[in-house]
Write a protein of this length. Sequence first.
Length: 553
Amino acid sequence: MIAPSPLGWSEAISLGDLLQRQAAVDGSRPALVLPGERRTYAELAAGAARVAASLIGLGVRHGEHVGMLLPNGVEALETIFGVALAGAVLVPINVRFRAAELGHIVRDGDLAAIITVDPTGSYTDFVALLGQALPGFAEASRGRIELEAAPSLRAVVALGGEGIGPCIAEAEFTALGEGVTEAELRERRARVALRDPALVLYTSGTTSAPRGCLITHEGLVRNWTTVGRRLRMSAEDRVWNPLPLFHVGGIGVTILTFSHGAALIADTHFEPDAAFAAIGRERPTVLYPVFPPIMLALINDPRFERLDLTAVRAMSTVGDPKLIRRVQAAIPGAVHVTTYGLTETSGISTYHDIDAPLELRMATAGSPQPGIEVRTVNPETGIETATGVPGEIRIRGWNVFAGYYGRPERSAEAFDAAGWLRTDDQGWLDDDGHLHFEGRLDEMIKVGGENTSPAEVEAFLGSHPAVHMAQVVGVPDPRLGEVAAAFLELKPGAEFDEAALLEFCDGEIARFKVPRHVRFVREWPMSATKVQKSALRESLLEELAASGGEESR
């Protein structure tokens, strides 16, 4: 089935022009709210323009790639929009990456320059990390980097401090832009086409080396501006965004906020104590945690019941319908909307209108963005499935990425002959074209021939009052072929064991869905925002192999 898009209109604009336009409309409005630091639209736009001028003065050319290795904050936002104003392409780098991952992105992404932060006062020494990732970096000359390990890299800027090793100091970087004229900056902006890449976003790489997704200005800005319209955003809104700015969600929520002149409430990273303080102090009208680990960390905290959330009118997370209902019940005065998307679709493919009926918002992932087509097909034959019949979700439209950078063969494989993006996700469409998401095709567990959705089992286990979060993977079994294995994080002070889990499942879910292996964890292996299930599965397989295997129940 192919789902129709709802009627609506959307506007395309380049990423750099988005911020400059809002500053021209009302530059005095608050744009960014951080603990102890604030910026108006005029101030943030001026900072972005300075970064753009400095990049031009540094010699960064139109279309070249600039890496951003920065925590959330003013500098990161000025860099995001400044790179776009300079006509360059931003490559956000996960600040959790270690040397091997960082080195891969610098080389694979053909980075011409990197903007990072001086280690003084920073929680991570990114300059030292670059030294570990790139042989010869520490010995290179300041501002004249020539490395066999990264032949495209010419300069690294370290904001703050006085400069270190081969890195250009912030004062030097700013001085480079002083000779760049307004006419040069306008010309760079004018050369940006809407179908030009704005970002190269690297996927998490849980099963292979990270691949860079080419995200266009149109796909990114038009998509998230449309999300804002479906949320009925206005300049009076205040949006809490706990997501990292190296992630499509973090950048996307920033765009939906700035495209409507609203205020963005953020922090360097998500941490429950700081989050409770910010929400209580700033009284946001929209909460945008998106990912279950963030939202669960809030609603499972004893302080949540004392938090004043009367100003919140809308919020968004993703997950199984059971989890969505739980989140909605936790903040009954707000309208909960959810979505389906992936990095390759600029973060969003389907969404809810904020006035959609409650049950529709609880049970589905919404309808396609205006102008976007969503269909479900048999993954083996490519034949479209009927209404209500699960199949692989495929997407076609202006939000779809332009391919994987430097990987033409892999890019071609990502699309079918008719130009539909293969998502490797499973779901089905109802009579009204709303998407029901069922999970990753490669994560579906086949227990004795019965298909089992990990998301469904996770939602059920997560409904137990002792469970903070559950993750379910499939592992081989000599009798059933494959069985479910559950990893559980308990709430503080809770008591729950495998026997209690079996009792909880008995008679409530089909026996083939009941986990045959149960492990309790305190910390999760994480990518940017998601639990790395492959790491959980591998750790269990290694444990079982070392013990000679374990008989399933």
